[in-house]
Design a protein around this ligand. Structure first.
Ligand SMILES: Cc1ncc(COP(=O)(O)O)c(C=O)c1O
Length: 407
C-alpha cells in the first residue's frame, strides 16, 4: 500500500528495497532517495545512487574500531583506483577546497614563487589560496579560452618558479584545459605541478603520471557522485617527500596521508560521508573507470548536440569544451533568474547559472557521475519548453531528437 502511495508521489523508479537491517521503515528510505526535482543537473553536487544514500543511514560507528578501519582500507584502494595511482593518497573531511588547501599548504612555503594559470572563477580562487601560503603570480587568459602552453613556457623561462597550478576542468566556463601540453612544459622545467581536478577526476581521461602531475585534488560531490563534504588528494612520490607541516594543522597533508596508510585519520572523520564515499567508489569500480569516462564523453556530445539543435551557443572555445559540464550562452532576451525559476517551479529541473561577470550571461549543465542520458534529455526537454515559453523560437522536440542520434 505504502509503495503505491509513494510511487504516485515520487515515481516508481525512486522506490527501493532496503538491504540495511538497521532501517525498519522502508518508506523512509524510499522518501530519502526520491529526488525533489525532475532533472538535477548541477555541475556538482550531482545526483546520488540510492546505495550511496543508504550507506549514510547507519548507526554511529566507532571511527577507531575495526569496522571503520576496514572501510578506510577499502576507501584507500578505491581512491587510488579513481586517481589511477598506487601512490600516496588522502581523503579529507572538507569539500574540494580543503584538498586544495592541504596540497598548497603542505607543499609550498611563503617565499616560494608560484605561477597560477587563471582562466575562470576556480583557477582565480586557486590563485587566492596560493596568496595565503606562497608568493604567486597569475598568468591570466580570457575566460572561455584555454591556457596557452607557449605562454606558460615563456613565463617559466623568464622567472624561476617552484610550482605551477592548473585548474584542469574550469567548471565556471565549461572548459577543459590542455593538461598534457601544460604538463609537458612544467615537467621540462622541473617545477611542481599542482592540479585542481575537482570536476575532472573520474570524468575525464587521466594520465596523471605521464603529465607529471605532482598533486591532484578531487571533490566528492562531482564525478564520483558521493555527497558533498569530502575531498581527496593524490601525490607523486617526489611531492610526498617534500611535504612539510609548518603552516597547516587540520589539513596537514602528511598527517592525513600517513594516517590513511595505516587505515586511520588524524581527527574524527565525517564517518557517514566516508561510508557513502566508499559506496560511490564501489559503484565507480563496478561501472569501470574507463567506461564512466567514455559514458561521460557521450553525454557531453549529446548535450552539445542538444545545444546546437536549440539554436544556442556554447560559451567556451568549443575545441576545449568540457565533457563534464556544458556552459551555454543565453540567447538575447532570456533573463537568467526567470529562466531558472521557471525550470525549477514548472519542470522540477535544476541547472546552474554563471559566476562572477558571467552571471546572467550563461547557464551550466553538469553531466558527470551517474547522470544518465534520460536525465539529460529530461533536462533538455525542460530547457526547450522554458525557452519557448519565454519567446525563444525552437522546434519542438529538436533537442532530444538531436541527442538521440548521439547515444
Ligand atoms: C574546478 C573547481 N575547483 C574548486 C571547486 C571548489 O570546490 P568545493 O566547493 O567543493 O570546495 C569547485 C566547485 O565547484 C570546482 O568546480
Amino acid at each position: 500500500m505504502w509503495k503505491e502511495r509513494l510511487a504516485r508521489r515520487v515515481g516508481p523508479a525512486a522506490i527501493m528495497e532496503s538491504a540495511n537491517p538497521f532501517i525498519g521503515a522502508r518508506t523512509f528510505v524510499a522518501a530519502m532517495v526520491a529526488p525533489p526535482t525532475g532533472a538535477f543537473l548541477l555541475p556538482g553536487p550531482v545526483k546520488m545512487h540510492p546505495r550511496v544514500l543508504e550507506a549514510m543511514a547507519v548507526p554511529a560507528m566507532n571511527h577507531r574500531g575495526p569496522e571503520f578501519k576496514e572501510a578506510l582500507a577499502e576507501i584507500r584502494t578505491l581512491t587510488q583506483y579513481a586517481f589511477g595511482t598506487r601512490g600516496p593518497v588522502a581523503v579529507l573531511s572538507g569539500s574540494g577546497t580543503a584538498g586544495l588547501e592541504a596540497a598548497v599548504s603542505g607543499l609550498l612555503r611563503k617565499d616560494d614563487r608560484v605561477l597560477n594559470l587563471v582562466n575562470g572563477k576556480f583557477s582565480e580562487r586557486f590563485h587566492e589560496l596560493c596568496q595565503v601560503f606562497s608568493t604567486p603570480t597569475a598568468l591570466t587568459f580570457d575566460w572561455g579560452t584555454a591556457v596557452d602552453p607557449a605562454a606558460v613556457a615563456a613565463a617559466l623561462d623568464s622567472h624561476e618558479y617552484r610550482a605551477v597550478t592548473l585548474c584542469w576542468n574550469e567548471t565556471s566556463t565549461g572548459l577543459t584545459n590542455p593538461i598534457a601540453e601544460v604538463g609537458k612544459v612544467v615537467k621540462d622545467r622541473d617545477a611542481l605541478f599542482l592540479v585542481d581536478g575537482i570536476t575532472a577526476v573520474g570524468g575525464l581521461e587521466n594520465r596523471r603520471e605521464a603529465w607529471g602531475v605532482d598533486a591532484l585534488v578531487v571533490g566528492s560531490q562531482k564525478c564520483l557522485a558521493a555527497p558533498a563534504g569530502l575531498s581527496a588528494v593524490a601525490l607523486s612520490n617526489r611531492a610526498y617527500d617534500s611535504l612539510h607541516s609548518e603552516t597547516s594543522f587540520y589539513v596537514n597533508l602528511k598527517a592525513h596521508i600517513d594516517a590513511m596508510a595505516r587505515e586511520d585519520t588524524p581527527f574524527t572523520p565525517a564517518v557517514p560521508l566516508f561510508l557513502a564515499f566508499r559506496e560511490a567508489l564501489r559503484l565507480l569500480k563496478e561501472e569501470g573507470l574507463e567506461h564512466r569516462i567514455a559514458r561521460t564523453r557521450t553525454l557531453a556530445e549529446a548535450a552539445r548536440a542538444g545545444v546546437a539543435a536549440l539554436g544556442l551557443e556554447l560559451f567556451p572555445d568549443r575545441r576545449f569544451a568540457s565533457n563534464t559540464v556544458t556552459a551555454i550562452r543565453y540567447p538575447p532576451g532570456i533573463d537568467d533568474s526567470k529562466f531558472r525559476k521557471v525550470l525549477r517551479a514548472d519542470h522540477r529541473t535544476i541547472l546552474a547559472g554563471g559566476q562572477a561577470h558571467l552571471k546572467g550571461k550563461i547557464f551550466r549543465i553538469g553531466h558527470m557521475g551517474i547522470c544518465s542520458i534520460e536525465d539529460l534529455q529530461e533536462g533538455f526537454r525542460a530547457i526547450e519548453a522554458t525557452l519557448a515559453a519565454m519567446g525563444h523560437r525552437v522546434k519542438a522536440g529538436a533537442a532530444v531528437e538531436a541527442m538521440s542520434g548521439r547515444v
